[in-house]
Design a protein around this ligand. Structure first.
Ligand SMILES: Cc1cc2nc3c(=O)[nH]c(=O)nc-3n(C[C@H](O)[C@H](O)[C@H](O)COP(=O)(O)OP(=O)(O)OC[C@H]3O[C@@H](n4cnc5c(N)ncnc54)[C@H](O)[C@@H]3O)c2cc1C
Length: 302
C-alpha cells in the first residue's frame, strides 16, 4: 500500500456517497431483495451457487435484530418462489448478539426453521474475535437442539482455530474456511501473510481429515491451488469453493468449468454504504479507483 493509498483509505468516510456507491457496485447486489434475486439468478445461469447476506451488523436495538430476522425469512421465501440455488449467510451481531446471547439464539432458531421448510441452509458468519466463543457456542447450542441445516465459519488467522476444529470434530460441522477479515492483535492471530496461508492449509487438512464439508473461501491463487490438490480425491458434492461477489470472477468461471461447486457471497440491503466503506478500507487497491472517481466527479461539477 502506497502512502497515497493509506491516506485515501483514512479519508474514505469523507468520500461522497455516490462515489462510494459507484466504486462498490460490483461487490453489492443493491439496496433491495429484488436486486439480490437478480444477481443470484445471473450467477445460477453461470453455474454458480449463492449465499445471500442481508447487510446489517452491530445492531443496537432489539427491534432492528427482529426486523433483520424477518427480512431473512422473506429471503428464504424468495429463494423458493424464484427457484434460486442459494442459501443465506448471517452475522450474529445483526441478529442481536451484542444485545443478548438469548435474543440471537432465538432469532437464529426462527431463521433455521424458515430455512428448513424448504430444506435450505444458514451459514453463521464469523465476526471479530470478541464474538468467536459466543458464535461457536451458538452453533453448538443449535446443533444440540437438533438443527442440522446450519454451518459455521472458521478463520485461519486465529491461533485458536485448529483447537476449535478438534473441539467441533464430534458434530462434523459444515465449515466455511476463510483467512479472517478483521484486524486482530498478534497475541491471538497470525499476522504474517505466509503464516496465515500455512494455518489455512493446516485447518483445511484437519477439517477434511475429520470428514467435514468445507467451503474453501478464498481468492488467493496459492490457496486455491493447494485446496485443489487436497480435494482431488473427493466427489464434487463433498466440498465447494466460495468467493465474494465481484471478485476474481474469471477464476470463479474456471473453477465451475473444472467441475467444482462455486458459491458466491451476495450482499444486499439498505446498509450498503457502511458495508462498502468497510470493504473498501480492507481493499486498498480500490483506493486509486476511488481517487480517480472522486477527481472525475469534482472535475465534472466544475
Ligand atoms: C465467501 C466468503 C465469505 C467470507 N466470510 C467471512 C467471514 O464470515 N468472516 C471473516 O472474517 N471473513 C470472511 N471472509 C473474508 C476472508 O476472511 C478474507 O478476508 C478475504 O476473502 C480476503 O482473503 P483472501 O483469502 O481472498 O486472500 P487475499 O490475499 O486477501 O486476496 C487474494 C487476492 O484476491 C483479491 N481480493 C481479495 N479480496 C478482495 C476484495 N474484497 N475486493 C477485490 N479483490 C479482492 C485480490 O486480488 C487479492 O490480491 C469471507 C470471504 C469469502 C470469499
Amino acid at each position: 500500500m502506497t502512502l497515497l493509498d493509506r491516506a485515501i483509505v483514512r479519508l474514505l468516510p469523507a468520500v461522497p456517497k455516490p462515489v462510494v456507491k459507484f466504486v462498490s457496485s460490483p461487490y453489492i447486489a443493491g439496496p433491495a431483495l429484488a436486486d439480490g434475486v437478480l444477481v443470484v439468478r445471473r450467477l445460477n445461469r453461470e453455474g454458480k451457487l449463492a449465499t445471500i447476506d442481508v447487510l446489517g451488523e452491530e445492531i443496537t436495538r432489539e427491534a432492528e435484530a427482529r426486523a433483520i430476522t424477518q427480512e431473512y425469512c422473506t429471503v428464504f421465501e424468495a429463494i423458493e418462489s424464484e427457484g434460486l440455488d442459494s442459501n443465506a449467510s448471517v452475522k450474529p451481531t445483526a441478529l442481536g448478539l451484542d444485545l443478548s446471547y438469548e435474543l440471537c439464539l432465538e432469532n437464529l432458531e426462527t431463521l433455521l426453521r424458515a430455512a428448513a421448510t424448504n430444506e435450505n441452509f444458514v451459514r453463521i458468519d464469523m465476526e471479530d474475535s470478541s464474538t468467536t466463543s459466543d458464535t461457536l457456542r451458538l452453533y453448538h447450542d443449535l446443533r444440540a437442539r437438533g438443527f442440522d441445516n446450519v454451518g459455521i465459519v472458521l478463520q485461519a488467522y486465529l491461533r485458536r482455530t485448529l483447537d476449535d476444529i478438534r473441539t467441533l470434530a464430534d458434530v462434523q460441522p459444515n465449515v466455511r474456511l476463510c483467512k479472517g477479515i478483521y484486524v486482530e492483535p498478534s497475541s491471538i492471530a497470525f499476522t504474517d501473510y505466509d503464516a496465515v496461508r500455512a494455518s489455512f492449509v493446516s485447518c483445511l487438512d484437519a477439517l477434511l481429515d475429520q470428514g467435514s464439508y468445507v467451503g474453501v473461501a478464498t481468492h488467493d491463487e496459492w490457496l486455491i491451488a493447494s485446496a485443489l490438490q487436497r480435494v482431488a480425491d473427493l466427489e464434487p458434492l463433498e466440498y465447494e469453493f466460495q468467493m465474494l461477489l465481484g471478485v476474481r470472477e474469471q477464476r470463479a468461471d474456471e473453477l465451475v468449468a473444472g467441475g467444482h461447486r462455486l458459491r458466491v457471497y451476495v450482499p444486499y440491503g439498505r446498509y450498503w454504504y457502511e458495508y462498502s466503506l468497510r470493504r473498501l478500507q480492507e481493499n486498498p487497491a480500490m483506493a486509486g479507483t476511488i481517487a480517480r472517481a472522486t477527481v472525475g466527479r469534482v472535475l465534472g461539477r466544475s
